[in-house]
Write a protein that binds this ligand. Structure first.
Ligand code: PLP
Length: 393
């Protein structure tokens, strides 16, 4: 098909040309005297993205899922008991990973479309006076349902329960897009990958550890090899990596950090909020509803849209792809056919999303779902116009 492809799945996200250019480089000697400058530029600036001055960042050739494993095996003993909330496919997979690694996970089941209820976490921790539970696993932004949980409120609940468990936060679809306050929330492990808010191709797993986790690295007895953070820490201190790093992606990450920090994290967060609100207004104008059941849980990086009874979201997605050159995210597992997802994360602006909304409207009509053509785009455009200051000079 002529013209650009329109990628609006919730990751991988669009890679800006500036990052493509930064990655367009010859391979080089990663043991050279010059290399540490790149390592330091990245590791020194990564914490600012998660609101931290104390976290130690780790970067692996891997993806977000791998950082679930890296976080756990470096911080809790074999067979430890953990507490998790399950409200979507990614919280499910985080739990599954922990169980496959031999940890025992108590699960708080929450209907998909809701987020973490701090009160339930507090109650579960209060019911553990012996402090058997060693960690709380939380997916900040459940990409499957478009739900963002309040990590600060979960931290407060843990404090109220007076429980010392570590706090693990999956920020794969929140970090570098949504407000993330690692220090203020006292997150112990924050987990992400390169292909969402960092606007890069998949291929990097990024893990941030609190000083508490770093201090305890030597005492944890869980077997680990590739994801052992100790050789990484020792090599990083000299500006190197224990094995061959994903060089091209590192150059991209360095440039992505410049883009994010030049824009300013507060502005990045505000941009995502404004853009997401436009998408939500479009969905409401179409007469459709969100999978997120309460406005408090609306995600500013991904919107999961519920199709009417009798309609199949897979048909909408198929029309979008084949007729309009538009990729929308599918409904995962129990949501298959019931929702499609619009990703609005990373390098996006109003007119890019207006195109995505126009394509979505046409695909909805193609799938036989009645709506007023142009209604979604108009609702989004009205919001974007009224919420942005005029800047004609
Ligand atoms: N956690 C969340 C919230 C995700 O959205 C994803 C992927 O979409 C993952 C974890 C898994 O990350 P990856 O696909 O990079 O392994």
């Amino acid at each position: 098909m002529p013209g650009r492809h329109h990628l609006y799945i919730p990751g991988p996200t669009n890679v800006p040309d500036r990052l493509l250019r930064a990655m367009h480089r010859a391979q080089e000697d990663h043991r050279s005297a010059a290399f540490p400058a790149l390592t330091r530029s990245i590791l020194d600036r990564l914490p600012a993205v998660v609101g931290s001055t104390t976290a130690t960042p780790f970067v692996f050739p891997a993806s977000g899922s791998a950082m679930w494993e890296a976080a756990l095996v470096n911080s809790v003993h074999p067979g430890s008991r953990l507490l998790a909330v399950r409200f979507g496919q990614f919280s499910h997979l985080f739990i599954q990973t922990a169980r496959q690694l031999g940890y025992v996970v108590d699960v708080i089941e929450v209907p998909w479309g809701e987020g973490a209820h701090p009160g339930l976490i507090e109650a579960a921790l209060r019911a553990d006076p012996a402090h058997d539970i060693k960690g709380v696993l939380l997916v900040h932004n459940e990409t499957a349902t478009g739900v963002t949980s309040d990590v600060g409120a979960v931290r407060t609940a843990m404090d109220r329960a007076g429980h010392p468990a570590l706090l693990y936060v999956d920020g794969v679809s929140s970090i570098a897009s949504l407000a993330f306050e690692m220090d203020a929330w006292r997150v112990d492990c924050a987990i992400t990958g390169s292909q969402k808010g960092f606007m890069l191709p998949a291929g990097l797993g990024i893990l941030y550890c609190s000083p508490r986790v770093v201090r305890a690295l030597d005492t944890v007895t869980t077997p680990r090899a590739y994801f052992d953070l100790r050789p990484m820490l020792a090599n990083n201190a000299q500006g190197y990596f224990p094995s061959t790093p994903a060089l091209t992606l590192l150059w991209g990450l360095d440039e992505a950090l410049t883009m994010l920090l030049d824009e300013g994290m507060a502005n990045v967060v505000a941009r995502h909020r404004r853009l997401a609100e436009g998408v939500r207004r479009a969905v409401h104008a179409w007469g459709l509803s969100l999978c997120a059941s309460n406005a408090a849980w609306y995600s500013d990086t991904v919107t999961a849209v519920v199709v009417p009874d009798g309609a199949d979201a897979r048909v909408v997605i198929a029309h979008a792809a084949s007729r309009w050159n538009l990729s929308l995210g599918s409904g995962l597992t129990q949501l298959a056919g019931k929702v499609f997802r619009i990703g609005h994360m990373g390098d996006v602006n109003e007119l890019m999303l207006a195109g995505a909304l126009a394509g979505t409207e046409m695909a909805l009509l193609d799938a036989g779902i009645a709506l007023t053509p142009g209604s979604g785009v108009a609702a989004a455009a009205s919001w974007w116009r009224e919420s942005a200051p005029l800047s004609v000079h």
